[in-house]
Design a binder for this molecule. Structure first.
Ligand code: URA
Length: 426
């Protein structure tokens, strides 16, 4: 039982730019999880942390206290090493879908506990739930058994994992306190450390469609998370990757599953393949298996075999037709030239407004909704040829989705390609 403190004392300390003691942190996280610290008090503390920050020791202690609020999984008795990936969230970011079965096909188990989407970035579980029959909820025993037999699991994080974070994240979402590096880093890393993975690769997104708009803040977040992971004994590295342009050619649910299957079948957009392979190589290296080449496992069909086993193990039918939106609307290119910019935030908002994402946690999502873009920056476009296809079940959603795409792209004459992987921190 942590030493007793007082919520106001802890709030005042951070408001007045003091460092919180270990004992204050342990107490406030425990008391908040139990309901003894009120939401308005935690909101005030979160705002004080956003404004005044926390040092490395405070962040490490805050993370440890959130881990201690729930259960900690242990996969050390599995017959193969484990590695996981976490992305800070982006538009068209379906990488987990091809990545988990690919890494499993290379001999490393992937315990991927995922979430549903909120706002303009999609959720991995929402995407997989567009596959007929697929089930996100697994017991710990089912998860363990599937990791042993198939090697990859993507499922919902149970309520027992870092419950303090669940409560705090929901509160931050409605109090303007999401964008605090100490709170983001501790939120992500408490879940990943509690999940029990041996190695972890962080995909920290930078750009208009990401939380972190600048390379400097993304680097600070990445360095903070890598230090937290290493201190907890998890072999952690981070890649900073571009999210000014959305990934691939689709943002939505079923359409992103289809694009992932294309990648697993040896095709798919070049940027999705590049990032999947870059992250797979890091995961394999972190788990001590850098002797395996993941590109070979895409080419020889073993990655797609694991995908099918992974979907079937969770009652999904990997061969069933995916849902298709009832309505579609094509946007054509106004002029001919080279697509010089495609803004990730504009595309993400359009997909969200079409019904692919949710505004509140309890909202349903449409499996078939989303945006398909027919060109990527650097591609030639022709006046009158399709540039975007918008998909939804509700025709009335087109108007607002179209408004979000306005000003979201440029057609010009020359394009200077930017690297997808900006930096590596590890
Ligand atoms: N994702 C998380 O899990 N937590 C945050 O705070 C931000 C993104």
């Amino acid at each position: 039982m942590p030493t007793q403190h007082d919520a106001v004392e802890v709030i005042l300390a951070k408001r007045d730019r003091q460092e919180l003691t270990d004992s204050q942190i342990d107490w406030v996280i425990d008391a908040y999880t139990r309901g003894a610290v009120a939401d308005e008090q935690m909101a005030a503390l979160a705002m004080a942390i956003l404004l005044n920050g926390m040092d490395r020791r405070e962040i490490a202690r805050w993370t440890a206290a959130m881990i201690a609020s729930g259960e900690r999984m242990d996969f050390s008795t599995l017959s193969r090493p484990t590695a996981d990936k976490h992305s800070t969230g982006g538009v068209g970011d379906k990488i987990t879908l091809p990545l988990a079965p690919l890494v499993a096909a290379c001999g490393v188990a992937v315990p991927q506990l995922s979430g549903r989407g909120l706002g303009h970035t999609g959720g991995t579980l929402d995407k997989l739930e567009s596959i007929p029959g697929w089930r996100a909820a697994l017991s710990n025993e089912e998860m363990f058994a599937q990791l042993e037999s198939v090697g990859a699991v993507i499922c919902a994080a149970g309520d027992g994992l870092a419950p303090a974070d669940k409560k705090l994240y929901a509160l931050r979402d409605v109090t303007g306190t999401v964008e605090a590096i100490p709170l983001i880093a501790s939120s992500i890393m408490s879940k990943k450390i509690a999940e029990g993975t041996g190695a972890l690769v962080l995909d920290v997104k930078v750009g208009t469609g990401a939380f972190m708009k600048s390379v400097e803040t993304a680097r600070e977040l990445a360095e903070t998370m890598v230090a937290l992971g290493k201190d907890a004994g998890v072999n952690t590295v981070a890649l900073l990757t571009d999210m000014s342009t959305p990934l691939g050619l689709t943002a939505g649910n079923a359409i992103e599953v289809q694009e992932s299957v294309d990648v697993l079948a040896g095709g798919g957009p070049a940027d999705v393949v590049e990032l999947t392979l870059a992250l797979a190589r890091e995961m394999l290296a972190g788990a001590g298996r850098d002797d395996v080449d993941p590109a070979e496992k895409l080419a020889d069909g073993s990655a797609i075999d694991v995908w099918k086993q992974m979907i079937r193990a969770q009652d999904g039918d990997p061969d069933a037709a995916l849902p298709v939106a009832r309505e579609s609307h094509v946007v054509t290119a106004p002029t001919s030239g080279v697509l010089t910019r495609l803004d990730a935030m504009a595309v993400g908002l359009a997909a969200w407004r079409l019904g692919a994402g949710r505004a509140r946690k309890e909202d349903p999502v449409q499996a078939g909704a989303g945006v398909v873009w027919h060109a990527r920056p650097g591609d030639e476009v022709t006046a009158g040829a399709p540039l975007f296809t918008l998909l939804t079940d509700d025709e009335h959603r087109f108007e607002r989705a179209l408004a979000s795409l306005e000003g979201g792209y440029d057609i010009g004459t020359s394009y200077e390609p930017a690297p997808l992987v900006i930096d590596r921190i590890g």
